[in-house]
Design a protein. Structure first.
Length: 429
């Protein structure tokens, strides 16, 4: 009897020990939850400011994808939503709720929007015609974001992680010099454009993939302003195709790199392939997804983990466009406006640095961050933890394109402020 009691006690102790995460060893979990509105909701889409027009149908579903990581002492989360932005009001409401209901520290959460222009309005003017249906969807959205993080945390298991990069030529600089002499939206193949596809792979100890974090610099605007169907656009197609390749047993979460001046090479208006606009979108998604899969297959992973997270707010002087300005005609001047607060977030997963910025950052800022970072594995996640609008690099202000004309940030501040804040957070790591 004594021996049996000892054996049972020993077995119980072993079970408890197995349930306690080992410090310094990675655990990871992921989940995907549908956030698509009801088919008959007819909600206005966020892209292009079409607040008075309801969507005409659902082309493909929208999701929130969550990846939670744990090192036995600290936890962090990447929450990727198939939305235009992780808008300020939405983010301000969700972070306290996620902290309360999941136990994750607020500074350890990176919430990003994939920047699809085919998702419903999250924050903005809602006409009375849509208000009731929109309120129901917005409540559902909030609940499902929490549910995705809760599921990802419940799915935590011993894991390994690694980082890899490749290339995809499906984006192009869009700040074009117009015949009028001004700068506007177009195609500028000579302009700066980062073709890097970055992938963070999370897998079980047996090598089975759990989740991929995808990072690439491109707008979700394949379909253009004529589209009225709900869709994840190019980011959503890439996520979906990667997940389908793995039998929907993996979560592929998109994050936009510094893509404020990057459009898809196939834009709206020209029918390049069968299926029209959606055919073009699928073609680019196929290229991107295949590159993600190729990169993921070569990544070397490690079970070692050190999770650290911190956030910092930087403040820049504000601007607003003066009356009578027109960037297309090279007539642009600015007036002073309220200061702009930009949130810079850092989530370290061992030696991979995930840097979130609460705005639509132009390419050269992202490239400078990677160049100056002490970590070779550095990703910039834009539309992260809020959204202040376009954030041009210092040099961009000399060509007052759409991105500069609509930016709330005065020149000479944001580029260095963002990079230096991120480096300071890394130094504290």
């Amino acid at each position: 009897m004594v021996n049996k009691v000892v054996m049972l006690s020993l077995a119980g102790a072993l079970l408890i020990a197995a349930a306690v995460p080992e410090k310094g060893r990675l655990r990871a979990g992921a989940a995907r939850v549908d956030i698509t509105p009801a088919p008959n909701a007819a909600l206005p889409l966020d892209g292009y400011g079409k607040f008075d027009q309801g969507s005409t149908g659902i082309h493909d579903h929208l999701y929130v994808r969550a990846i939670v990581v744990d090192d036995g002492t600290r936890q962090g989360a990447i929450v990727s939503c198939d939305l235009l932005y992780a808008e300020g009001e939405f983010w301000n409401k969700m972070i306290p709720r996620l902290t309360k209901e999941t136990g994750l520290p607020p500074e350890s959460i990176l919430m990003v929007g994939t920047h699809t222009h085919g998702a419903p309005v999250v924050v903005g003017p809602i006409h009375d015609e849509f208000k009731q249906r929109w309120t129901e969807w917005r409540t559902q959205l909030e609940d499902r974001v929490v549910e995705a993080v809760r599921q990802a945390k419940a799915n935590l298991q011993p894991a390994k992680a690694g980082f890899g990069i490749g290339k995809a030529y499906v984006n192009t600089n869009r700040r074009a010099h117009l015949a009028s002499g001004g700068w506007g939206l177009g195609v500028n193949p000579e302009g700066p454009s980062d073709k890097t596809v970055s992938v963070v792979r999370f897998e079980s100890l047996a090598g089975e993939p759990i989740a991929f974090l995808i990072n690439y610099a491109v707008h979700g605007t394949c379909l253009g302003p004529e589209n009225h169907e709900i869709t994840g656009d190019l980011p959503g197609a890439t996520e979906r195709l990667v997940e389908q390749h793995f039998g929907d047993k993996v979560v592929a979460a998109w994050s936009s790199a510094a893509s404020g001046d990057q459009n898809p090479i196939y834009g709206p208006g020209i029918d390049y392939s069968p299926g029209g606009a959606f055919g073009r979108l699928l073609a680019l998604g196929q290229i991107l997804s295949e590159e993600v899969i190729r990169i993921a297959g070569k990544i070397q992973t490690s079970p070692n983990a050190k999770i650290r997270a911190a956030q910092k707010t930087v403040t820049c002087a504000g601007q607003r466009l003066a009356p009578g300005s027109d960037a297309d005609d090279n007539r642009v001047s600015f007036l002073d406006a309220d200061a702009v607060n930009i949130r810079v977030s850092l989530l370290m997963v061992d030696n991979t640095a995930l840097v979130g910025v609460s705005g639509e950052v132009l390419t050269l800022i992202g490239e400078r961050l990677k160049r100056e970072s002490p970590f070779s594995h550095t990703l910039m996640l834009t539309h992260c933890n809020g959204s202040v609008g376009y954030i041009p690099d210092d040099a961009a202000y000399a060509q007052a394109s759409y991105e500069v004309a609509t930016s709330p940030v005065k020149s000479g501040c944001a580029e260095s402020a963002i990079v230096n804040a991120a480096l300071l957070l890394m130094d504290e790591y």
